[in-house]
Structure formats: structure tokens, C-alpha cells
Ligand binder design. Structure first.
Ligand SMILES: [Zn+2]
Length: 137
């Protein structure tokens, strides 16, 4: 007799194997498209979308979409959940869509933080002697 835990583990492993096989068979994009098709849709909350100044209709549901990252060109999946977050919590424009994959987004965020740190350091620095001279005039 196998324990329930063991069985669950086996099922999980089989599922991962199947997904991996499908990935190999279809290649990246088709795999993502298949994944998007089988994904669960998330219901949209229109009352959270009114920040969009549009007379057009809002979506009733979000579903996963496949897109090309503008930075690295990789196929990436924008999940229904993150769409809901973007449009309803972050109040993103209904016309905006994902343009960067998660790794490029991460890199950009890091670069921005670096720049911010740099700017703060510059602001802390003593003004140039000439600047002081002109300011006191
Ligand atoms: Zn990318």
C-alpha cells in the first residue's frame, strides 16, 4: 500500500514530466499558448476599472496571454492573475499590456534602484565651490 502523500507526489511528478515533454515537443511559444488556453480565467471587477476614462466596455474576464518581451524577445506569459492585479490594484490603463518578461522587469527594477541610489548620493554631496559662490551672490 502506498501512502496518500506518496501518491500525491507521484501524480505531481507525472504532471511535471508531461508538461516538460509537451514543452520539448511544441517549443517555447506553443507551449505557453497551450498553457494559456488551459489556464483559469479570472473574473474582472468593473467597479475597480472605472479609473479608466473610457466609454468602451471593460473585459468581463482575464485570461493568460502570450507576448513577446520587447527587451529580449523571449515569449512570456502574462497570467490572468497578474492582469487583474495590474488593471484593478495597480490601476494600470486598460490599454496597457505587459511588454517585458519577468527577468527583464527585474533587471530594470534593479537598474532603477541603482540610479536612485546614485542620485541620492549626488544630492548629499557638498555643492561645488563655484556653485556656492554664485548662490551667495
Ligand atoms: Zn525579456
Amino acid at each position: 500500500m502506498k501512502s496518500g502523500k506518496q501518491r500525491r507526489h507521484e501524480i505531481k511528478q507525472k504532471r511535471t514530466e508531461r508538461a516538460e515533454a509537451l514543452k520539448r515537443e511544441l517549443g517555447g511559444k506553443a507551449f505557453l499558448e497551450a498553457k494559456a488556453l488551459s489556464s483559469t480565467v479570472v473574473q474582472a471587477d468593473h467597479s475597480e476599472l472605472v479609473h479608466n476614462n473610457t466609454y468602451g466596455s471593460f473585459p468581463d474576464y482575464y485570461h493568460d496571454v502570450v507576448f513577446n518581451c520587447v527587451e529580449c524577445g523571449e515569449n512570456s506569459l502574462w497570467t490572468s492573475k497578474s492582469q487583474k492585479w495590474w488593471y484593478e490594484i495597480a490601476k494600470g490603463s486598460i490599454w496597457s499590456t505587459a511588454s517585458r518578461c519577468s527577468s527583464c522587469r527585474k533587471l530594470r527594477r534593479e537598474a532603477k534602484e541603482e540610479q536612485k541610489k546614485h542620485m541620492e548620493e549626488m544630492a548629499r554631496k557638498e555643492p561645488h565651490p563655484n556653485e556656492q559662490f554664485f548662490r551667495s551672490k
